[in-house]
Design a protein around this ligand. Structure first.
Ligand code: 4NP
Length: 166
């Protein structure tokens, strides 16, 4: 495949106020630190529409802030035609993945849709980034740890698969 100028990535969870905004923010920070901000376009979305327009959940914001990261995205719902705009759609859990699979052709799912935790080097804890919404603060810290571990692997994947840069 020809190396791309820009690769487009979308992180998707259920509400787009906890897991995927954190992934968007942490991944954007990593990409910028590697000087690739102009080459990777990053968004996030939710499969549900309950929180459209909202900032990330205050508990997710607090966990991010503790780690020097400020989350500014606004929730939106993933749309069928987002599959045309993105090269890689990363589902935060298997339920999100199942929902997204229903929204696209099988070959699109095969090419573009992946489970976020398939990039977690310690993925033996299961395939889902656990939904922290109804739990305590520990859940948000756990989400942070998982997302932080997986982001460098996702970037490696983009570099070799799309960007042709070391
Ligand atoms: P997220 O977390 O999918 O990581 O944004 C959730 C946010 C809201 C709800 C569930 C999960 N909710 O049921 O409203």
């Amino acid at each position: 495949m020809e190396p791309r100028k820009i690769v487009n990535v979308c992180f998707v969870c259920l509400g787009n106020i906890c897991r995927s905004p954190l992934a968007q923010g942490l991944f954007a920070r990593l990409v910028a630190a590697e000087g690739l901000a102009g080459r990777v376009h990053i968004e996030s979305a939710g499969t549900g529409d309950w929180h459209v327009g909202k900032l990330p959940d205050s508990r997710m914001q607090a966990t991010a802030n503790k780690n020097g990261l400020h989350l500014t995205s606004r929730a939106r719902q993933f749309r069928r035609d987002d599959f045309d705009r993105f090269d890689l759609v990363l589902a935060m859990d298997r339920s999100n993945q199942a929902e997204l699979t229903r929204m696209c052709a099988p070959e699109t799912a095969r090419e573009k849709l992946k489970l976020f935790r398939s990039f977690d080097p310690q993925g033996n804890g299961g395939l889902d980034v656990p939904d922290p919404y109804y739990g305590g603060n520990d859940g948000f810290d756990e989400v942070f740890q998982i997302v932080q571990r997986a982001c460098p692997e996702i970037l490696k994947h983009l570099k070799t698969r799309f960007l042709d840069t070391p």
